[in-house]
Write a new protein. Structure first.
Length: 198
């Protein structure tokens, strides 16, 4: 189980963060030499690089926490829950769809947003009451933190500013998607009841 989580963490860091960040940087700097980019294009590239760096360090921090806690004690990892896995992946789709609506006024999508937040809180309560589930709860806390840089912070900012820039929405969705994938990936790597009995 430990090796599976470690492999998953390292693989996701490299594939989702480092490679994408490298591609973004190479794209910007290759265009610099080919097209002698304008100051506006330079700002756009700097914006892309900022988000790529932010994604890399955010995911790295979560994975290293996950790996350290896993090596310290496997007793903090609960058993696999099919319900939690299905709900996590389902809410990921719902959350990303709601985020696409942030180009409109927050008030015009208030009901959709409240429904999403209610469903997230239901799953959070389910996770919170599962035994030995501390790591998953820490990941959910980070994702839902209204002062953070993931889904909770996104919804707070949308509510405060009424509308959000489409470029910001695209980049924020990448961060939120990665966070959901991390939670779902951790759940899928937990021991199944059949494996425990063996």
């Amino acid at each position: 189980m430990r090796s599976s989580i470690v492999r998953y963490g390292i693989s996701l860091i490299l594939n989702l963060s480092l490679i994408q960040r490298t591609i973004g940087i190479l794209r910007c700097y290759s265009d610099n030499f080919i097209n002698n980019r304008s100051s506006l294009w330079k700002q756009e590239c700097d914006f892309v690089n900022y988000f790529m760096k932010k994604r890399f360090f955010t995911l790295s921090r979560h994975f290293f926490l996950l790996i350290i806690l896993t090596f310290v004690s496997c007793s903090t990892i609960s058993r696999f829950s099919q319900y939690a896995y299905i709900q996590t992946t389902s809410l990921k789709v719902d959350a990303l769809s709601i985020m696409d609506l942030a180009i409109d006024d927050y008030s015009s999508h208030l009901n959709n947003t409240l429904e999403l937040q209610t469903n997230l809180q239901k799953l959070y309560e389910y996770e919170r009451n599962r035994p030995k589930n501390e790591i998953t709860i820490k990941l959910w806390d980070t994702l839902l933190d209204p002062k953070g840089h993931l889904l909770g912070g996104f919804l707070t900012r949308w509510q405060m500013e009424e509308k959000l820039n489409d470029v910001f929405i695209v980049e924020a969705k990448k961060l939120v998607s990665d966070a959901f994938d991390l939670i779902a990936g951790l759940e899928s790597n937990k021991l199944k009841s059949k494996e425990i009995s063996e």
